[in-house]
Design a binder for this molecule. Sequence first.
Ligand code: 5GP
Ligand code: MG
Length: 183
Amino acid sequence: MAAHDKEITLGDNSFTPAITLGEIAREVQGLANRIAADYAGRRRPLLLGVLNGSFMFASELARNLDMDCDISFIKIASYRGTESTGRVSELVGLDVDIAGRHVIIVEDIVDTEHSIEHLYRMLEPLRPASIEVAALLLKPGVYRKEIPVRYAAFEIPDDFVVGFGLDYDGLGRNLPGIYKIKR
Ligand code: 5GP
Ligand code: MG
């Protein structure tokens, strides 16, 4: 069995274990229980995972959610606009009519909130009944609290982390726990 308590190397950086799979399982179960209680008696929620980083968390959350739900995934494509408009973001892959739906955005990590702010702006005109955010990780020292992250499994310091869906230059997404960069 691979040891997940050891330092690892990805590309040119070293990472040390920060959160174990067991801790993730426990906290995500708790999060799923809270969601099930909060959404009881309402129309079934739509878990909307933001690819690629959220795939493992979305899976863990869904497996532990003891209620009917829809599950879908989107991507945010970000590219440079034609003129002086700067960066443009576009929603890719939304295949569900979210009008009247209780949407739970499922994110790997919320840092500056730019990503979920964009998402809010793109989802709100589609008239969902509600939008909440579930994040595996939250960096509370950094995010600006304009959009509440109602469901966060872990609050972590402002260190770069990988694993359980999060990557470093494409590497580390498949790690079963969370690792933080060694400075
Ligand atoms: P935001 O700053 O907009 O809240 O987060 C943007 C995105 O940056 C996140 O969805 C995530 O993909 C990435 N990100 C932010 N912090 C980290 C980190 O510590 N590690 C990794 N791998 N990605 C991060
Ligand atoms: Mg992301």
